[in-house]
Design a protein around this ligand. Structure first.
Ligand SMILES: [Zn+2]
Length: 109
């Protein structure tokens, strides 16, 4: 028979494990990870294995795209552009600013 302290301990351990298990999902969502949907599914399937969970934590934190800082051609203020994004909108004047590597017109996509 378990007493109240044992039940409390098991409950706390369970909550702690659930919080730890959700770390890759929360990290991927917080960083707007491009593969956050995949990380969610893989954590649901493999998060209970220690190795799978560790790989997902590393992926959730490492795979975050770094932002490029470019200057707006209209107002000359620096703005952040997500790497891989073709263009972003200036927060100050609303101009659509293209990244340094713009896709060639007529290309695939
Ligand atoms: Zn601007």
């Amino acid at each position: 028979m378990m007493d109240a302290f044992e039940i409390l301990g098991v409950g706390l351990l369970f909550v702690l494990l659930v919080l730890l298990w959700a770390v890759p999902i929360v990290a991927a969502w917080n960083h707007r990870h491009p593969h956050r949907g995949t990380i969610l599914v893989l954590d649901l399937l493999l998060g209970w294995t220690v190795i799978g969970w560790a790989v997902l934590v590393a992926w959730a934190f490492a795979g975050v795209p770094r932002r490029l800082v470019v200057s707006c051609p209209v107002c000359r203020l620096p703005m952040q552009l997500e790497r891989g994004a073709a263009a972003g909108r200036c927060r100050t004047c609303g101009t659509l600013v293209r990244g340094p590597i713009s896709p060639s017109p007529g290309g695939p996509g």
